[in-house]
Design a binder for this molecule. Sequence first.
Ligand SMILES: NC(=O)C1=CN([C@@H]2O[C@H](COP(=O)(O)OP(=O)(O)OC[C@H]3O[C@@H](n4cnc5c(N)ncnc54)[C@H](OP(=O)(O)O)[C@@H]3O)[C@@H](O)[C@H]2O)C=CC1
Ligand SMILES: CC(=O)N[C@@H](CCC(=O)OP(=O)(O)O)C(=O)O
Length: 344
Amino acid sequence: MIRIGIVGGTGYTGVELLRLLAAHPQARIEIITSRSEEGVRVVDMYPSLRGHYDDLAFSVPDTATLGQCDVVFFATPHGVAHELAAELLATGTRIIDLSADFRLRDADLWAKWYGQPHGAPQLLEQAVYGLPEVNRDAIRNARLIAVPGCYPTSVQLGLIPLLEAGLAQPGSLIADCKSGVSGAGRGAKVSSLFSETTESMKAYGVSGHRHLPEIVQGLERAAGQQVGLTFVPHLTPMIRGIHSTLYAQVPDRSVDLQQLFEQRYADEPFVDVMPAGSHPETRSVRGANMCRLAIHRPQDGDLVVVLAVIDNLVKGASGQAIQNMNIALGLDERLGLEHPALMP
Ligand SMILES: NC(=O)C1=CN([C@@H]2O[C@H](COP(=O)(O)OP(=O)(O)OC[C@H]3O[C@@H](n4cnc5c(N)ncnc54)[C@H](OP(=O)(O)O)[C@@H]3O)[C@@H](O)[C@H]2O)C=CC1
Ligand SMILES: CC(=O)N[C@@H](CCC(=O)OP(=O)(O)O)C(=O)O
């Protein structure tokens, strides 16, 4: 059995890790932390988990006990993994970080977008960006994995085939993305209140969202050159889900884009290229570790529209984190992640 620790177990990605790991045949949760809920039983806070973790209680983070785990997930706000990672890695524990602490290769760029100095720049060299569809070889045997952000997962999976093939004009990409409210986390904020988010929708971060440099970093890697991206996130009145509408100029009309995408993701268990003309819905991935894509050429011109949907808490966070764990430990990548989406 894999001995697992979770730092930040009371948040949405933490409880989603618990839900998914309950179906993982080789996972055993040894430690789950919360500073505010110390001593509280997990099933008393989350009755949905009764029968699965009846003996597990929250404890305060402690590197000595976490260091006895094979794998520690960080489901914490930015900066927490910076503080604890070096000590844990020294004990031989693998770290899978759901926060943005190790996603950007450049510590100065991280400091600029996250508004504080990078707390562990010496670890960036060994950190691996955990998008399996582009980085599977590096994830195998990685000891420090940075799980991609939710928007960056959907945007990269939707645009990478066009950029890798050199088909999209790299300077004029657009990502118009909509997220459910759980993307903002479980912490109490006026902007997340029911009465602030229901029956309404808004863009935010238009002049600069912290996922922009992460997405650009991944797209530039795929394109092998600089890219220009306009990224506009929106908050929508649903709990889970991200819907990304991606626009690219593709002047070469001779290429069968449906076939290009199908071939690019033919061996990917968690990317579904839907039939031509499809309109994937966020509910088709709700609760599932899946990204569904559809490719459209709406007019006679150069424009291509790619639609990408994920569940922000699963393929956009905790499911992708478990997918990374499976790959890093040499397990079947699909373990614990094969259940279909919830319907309706
Ligand atoms: N929500 C989403 O859809 C996604 C989230 N992420 C990222 O995953 C991470 C977790 O997100 P989410 O679950 O939404 O966050 P939440 O705000 O819902 O939960 C945060 C958790 O971290 C703990 N925590 C907070 N501060 C500290 C600290 N200083 N030291 C130790 N533990 C701490 C909290 O418990 P306590 O304070 O009791 O210790 C809580 O359990 C974030 O970095 C987020 O950006 C990534 C992709 C998608
Ligand atoms: C709806 C909403 O608020 N979404 C969050 C992004 C989700 C997230 O937590 O991503 P990171 O791990 O990169 O922080 C936001 O825009 O800040």
